[in-house]
Ligand binder design. Structure first.
Ligand code: URA
Length: 303
């Protein structure tokens, strides 16, 4: 939006236009009062490490103080706080994933699991999110739908799929006789909104994975519908990771958790359907397949 030359404060117009542009680009979360130049930070860290290495390699004259150890992140190391006073981002390590696994395994009920996730501080996404988005719907449902991560509306309300794509999902569910307030349960692989709706990183997925796997175990659904390729890839692993949603959708999969196998059916994400309405026909076929499967007592109908 060009600034209005007749405006008494063209500077304000320009600032407002910049904010509009940020919002349109998905930059809608403030992490710190002042901008941080990450390139400069990493260049400085590299220079520091190189100078330490050079010092360690050069002969030490008698009586000189020993060169300190290299500054590398260790398990549970903290990085400079950039969020708000009292909150500190952690460098995630394998230990963080193990911590998540232990916490998830210790949950005997859904309420316990929800409380453990809300109290878990190992995922840095929690620092920028307003809410933990755990689930919505009927925990006794035979149908569980799993999306990727909360967006802006979900973060504000603390519930999954409440924005535009959620409304489309509700309409699709209703069309096959299902609904979150009656017989469907909805969750995401990731419990906190990634800032600006960016894709969750592999580390963030690895940290949240034990929790969603335990959530599936506790719900014990007859059928899981993966909404989009990302949840299918994050939870199925293996061959699924290499395939796009056009190959994955509508194909029966099995998700093994402990000694249990869950039937799963990937389909298109409703946000993709909003952008690509021509794909609704295939998604509709997947939803009808899910309905027939559930009405058949969780058995695949004869081919
Ligand atoms: N997209 C998702 O994958 N999950 C939500 O909860 C909302 C949008």
């Amino acid at each position: 939006m060009p600034s209005d030359p007749t405006s008494p404060s063209p500077g304000l117009d320009a600032a407002a236009a910049l904010l509009d542009w940020y919002a349109a680009m998905g930059v809608d979360v403030t992490l710190a009062d002042a901008p941080l130049d990450r390139f400069e930070e990493s260049a400085k860290a590299k220079a520091r490490a190189e100078s330490q290495i050079a010092q360690r390699q050069s002969p030490q004259p008698e009586g000189r103080r020993p060169v300190p150890a290299l500054e590398l992140p260790s398990q549970g190391a903290t990085v400079r706080p950039i969020i708000a006073a009292g909150q500190t981002a952690q460098v995630p390590t394998e230990a963080t994933v193990m911590q998540a696994r232990a916490a998830a395994q210790s949950a005997k009920t859904l309420d316990e699991l929800k409380a453990l996730i809300q109290a878990f501080d190992g995922c840095n996404l929690k620092l920028t999110a307003k809410n933990t988005v755990f689930a919505d719907g009927n925990p006794a449902a035979k149908l569980m739908l799993i999306g990727e991560a909360p967006g802006r509306d979900e973060d504000i309300e603390g519930l999954p799929f409440v924005g535009r794509s959620g409304q489309l999902l509700d309409r699709m569910l209703n069309a096959i006789g299902y609904g979150r307030s009656q017989n469907a349960y909805i969750a995401n692989v990731i419990y906190w909104r990634p800032p600006g709706n960016r894709d969750p990183s592999d580390v963030e997925i690895a940290i949240c994975r034990p929790f969603i796997l335990r959530q599936i175990e506790l719900i014990n659904p007859q059928l899981i519908v993966f909404l989009g390729a990302q949840p299918a890839k994050a939870l199925l692993g293996g061959e699924a990771v290499k395939q796009g949603i056009n190959r994955l959708r509508g194909r029966w999969c099995e998700l093994e958790i402990g000694d249990k196998r869950f039937k799963a059916l990937p389909t298109f994400h409703p946000a993709y359907l909003l952008r690509t309405p021509i794909k609704k026909r295939e998604a509709w076929r997947d939803f009808l397949t899910a309905k027939v499967f559930l009405e058949n007592g969780g058995m695949l109908p004869p081919a």
